[in-house]
Design a protein around this ligand. Structure first.
Ligand code: PMV
Length: 329
């Protein structure tokens, strides 16, 4: 039997970093996915296969996932959680889990670039939760979200939970309300990858330091971000792409102020200035990706403006969120 689940990557349109400190954010799932396939094995191990390598650890009731390399931690955490049955997905009265399942093999296939703010690790946590638990039970979206956030915390304890939320539900959402936002005008969003990997935990710690050094300004920035997001929602209701773009660039100023930008990202943003309605970092910054709202007639000009060493592609919004299926063999 195979339990297969896939989940989309994401972009943060507005509110990254500030969302960790309680403000709203707007996120969208994108048409790039990670697929996680889980099967039972006879090996008494948890085996994880991904493009980052293979990990095989003995199956035990309390595996030390903290000692595992960070990219593999959520999988070991989830396998452990399944085995200890704290979510009651299998019935200990009728059926002894350990007799049936002497091991698990978890395989990850992804077309989401890793470590550049497009939600690769959140999509992995969401798809892995649905896939691993799906060996026994189809989880509801609420259950997937709750468990996947805990899995993500094994890598990044301070996560706002916004990324896993949009990877679970898909579409464009306001966070934390999880209200879906209708895409009234046809957003032509371009994602450009600086090809500089980033570390979300380090960037979030840097912002925490900024906050500690200047509580008053940080609180003003949080208020400005909240106001900006309300204006974006109104702009979307009014089909107003120009204001949406302007708000992206305004949001970028706040991200510059909290110092998660760098020269490469600034150069990329300025090279797209003439042809975009708005451009900003998406995600933790310090590398990773920028997004640009570009008019149709200008899309072809983007690769030449960015230069050959950068990757860029159009983002279509995914509306499906997490998808699960089981194949009996
Ligand atoms: O890891 P990234 O680049 O997708 O960014 C996460 C977004 C932050 O707001 C910086 C952190 C969070 O948990 O929301």
């Amino acid at each position: 039997m195979k339990s297969i689940a896939s989940a989309p990557g994401k972009i943060i349109l507005f509110g990254e970093h500030f969302v960790v400190h309680g403000t709203k954010a707007i996120l969208a799932a994108i048409d790039k996915r990670v697929t996680v396939t889980t099967t039972f094995t006879d090996n008494k191990t948890i085996k994880v296969n991904s493009e980052l390598g293979t990990l095989e650890v003995p199956i035990q009731v309390d595996p030390q996932w903290q000692e595992v390399k960070s990219e593999f931690r959520p999988f070991v955490f989830l396998a452990n959680r399944l085995m200890t049955n704290s979510d009651k997905v299998w019935d200990p009265g009728n059926f002894h889990f350990f007799n049936r399942c002497s091991g698990l093999e978890i395989t990850i296939d992804s077309d989401i670039p890793i470590g550049v703010g497009l939600g690769s690790s959140s999509a992995c946590c969401v798809a892995a939760t649905a896939s691993i638990f799906g060996l026994f039970k189809e989880l509801s979206s609420e259950e997937i979200l709750k468990i996947s956030i805990e899995a993500e915390k094994t890598i990044f304890p301070d996560t706002s939970g916004a990324d896993c939320t949009v990877c679970t539900y898909g579409g464009m959402i306001e966070y934390p309300s999880i209200e879906k936002i209708d895409n009234t005008f046809d957003l032509n969003l371009l994602i450009a990858n600086s090809m500089i990997p980033h570390n979300t935990k380090n960037s979030v710690e840097k912002v925490n330091k900024f906050k500690e050094n200047d509580e008053e300004r940080f609180s003003q920035l949080c208020d400005l971000e909240t106001k900006l997001i309300d204006e974006v929602i109104t702009a979307m209701k009014n089909n107003d792409a120009t204001t949406f773009g302007l708000k992206m660039s305004e949001n970028q100023k706040y991200l510059e102020e909290i110092q998660i930008s760098n020269d490469t990202l600034r150069d990329m943003i300025s090279s797209l200035k003439e042809i975009s309605l708005g451009t900003k970092i998406t995600g933790a910054g310090d590398g990773g990706c920028i997004i640009a709202l570009v008019k149709d007639e200008n899309v072809n000009k983007v690769p030449a403006l960015l230069g050959k060493d950068k990757e860029c592609f159009s983002a279509k919004i995914d509306t499906k969120g997490v998808v699960w299926s089981k194949i009996e063999e």
